[in-house]
Design a protein around this ligand. Sequence first.
Ligand code: GDP
Ligand code: MG
Length: 204
Amino acid sequence: MSRRRTLLKVIVLGDSGVGKTSLMNQYVHKKFSQQYKATIGADFVTKELQIDDRLVTLQIWDTAGQERFQSLGVAFYRGADCCVLVYDVNVMRSFDTLDTWHEEFLKQANPTDPTTFPFILLGNKIDIDGGNSRVVSEKKAREWCAAKGNIPYFETSAKEDHNVDPAFLSIARTAMANEHEQDIYFQGVPEAVPDTEQRGGCAC
Ligand code: GDP
Ligand code: MG
């Protein structure tokens, strides 16, 4: 086992109501609530997982119920290793706004290479009405992903815990491939901080 531990920052974007908070809750706490509660307060949740020989801490940032463009602030986007876009397969508008979320992310996070920055798309709420109220086909979603440079795609249900773990595992792997150097730190006892304080340093 490597002593290396990796912190990965993942941000989750998409229209209000598509199930972003629910997906995170299902993944991290294994809980689902039917009640709609606008996300308040908490900036991120963390989940530890092991990938190959590495311990990975996923730091998943959720929008605090402010899914309006430009209201999220720089701290939200800064240092992101992966961007998860979520839409609701039953709501066309939530699919149509994906372009804007994608652009907005690139504008705000300003990654070194926008063409290779890792995104993942989740089509959520596939459980609703046994799929009968679905308006966005898997084909259409996959075409969008292909046009954006082969973004991985998962169809999920936060309610029924369908595909949530595989989606986040893929998110972690994708983020790992893009980790930032400053996000890597080492476990163990920190080196003693030398006492650099000198007396009588002033020569005047
Ligand atoms: P957010 O605004 O994107 O964070 O969306 P929420 O996670 O708050 O979810 C909005 C509503 O959709 C809530 O009432 C959830 O219970 C419901 N919801 C979220 N995911 C699913 C899902 O996969 N299936 C169903 N049936 N409902 C869901
Ligand atoms: Mg939310």
